[in-house]
Design a protein around this ligand. Structure first.
Ligand code: DGI
Ligand code: FE
Ligand code: FE
Length: 188
């Protein structure tokens, strides 16, 4: 699917703010894909669709997670996690995206997972550092992203976990497993 067609589909699903975020993720994902050798077209497509389901009703997202056999424990954790896997399903059914690598990058863009693919890492990180993001610590991750994809990703996952813990919020186990897997894969 061409960029303009994909953007048109996604624009209808999002607020203006979220659409601008999507454009930022797209540009950032393309640049990370070029830097680290990921498939640039797949990165572009996954970025455009990554938040497709962000504004769907929670009940609809819950039903999709149950029906599509996504891990049910997702439903015990924050509903912010649901738009990622349910979004991948909706993008396939409603927008006709069939590419499994693209759909996986959408599925894991919020929690990550152990043994993330290069494309999944690119999308997770692009979502975190796109120019519209302003949370504490993001500049440090932006700088790391120019040097080392995994080190940047570790910092992003760590910041997210710490952010949740500071608010006494539960952390989805896959987020911890993502952190552990990345740290244990570091060579030094
Ligand atoms: O959809 P976006 O806002 O662009 O970003 P996202 O898909 O990374 O969603 C992040 C939100 O999800 C963030 O506000 C924190 C929340 N969240 C709740 N529980 C968890 C979680 N994020 C992660 N990574 N792990 C959790 O356990
Ligand atoms: Fe998201
Ligand atoms: Fe996003």
């Amino acid at each position: 699917m061409e960029r303009e067609d994909a953007l048109k589909i996604v624009k209808e699903q999002l607020t203006d703010h979220r659409y601008r975020h999507t454009l930022g993720v797209m540009e950032t994902a393309i640049s990370l894909a070029k830097r680290y050798g990921a498939d640039v077209k797949k990165a572009e497509l996954a970025a455009i669709f990554h938040d497709y389901a962000k504004f769907r009703p929670k009940d609809e997202l819950r039903q999709i997670i149950l029906a599509q056999k996504f891990p049910e424990n997702l439903l015990d954790y924050h509903s912010e996690l649901w738009h990622a896997p349910a979004g991948a399903y909706l993008v396939e059914v409603e927008a006709g995206i069939k590419d499994k690598e693209v759909l996986d990058a959408i599925t894991y863009h919020t929690s990550g997972r152990p043994r993330m693919t290069l494309l999944e890492k690119v999308i997770y990180l692009a979502d975190y550092i796109e120019p519209g993001r302003h949370f504490p610590g993001v500049d440090e991750v932006r700088a790391l992203a120019k040097e080392d994809l995994d080190k940047a990703l570790i910092q992003a996952v760590k910041n997210t976990i710490l952010f949740l813990m500071k608010k006494n919020q539960p952390v989805y186990p896959d987020s911890f497993q993502t952190y552990n897997d990345l740290v244990m894969s570091q060579e030094d």
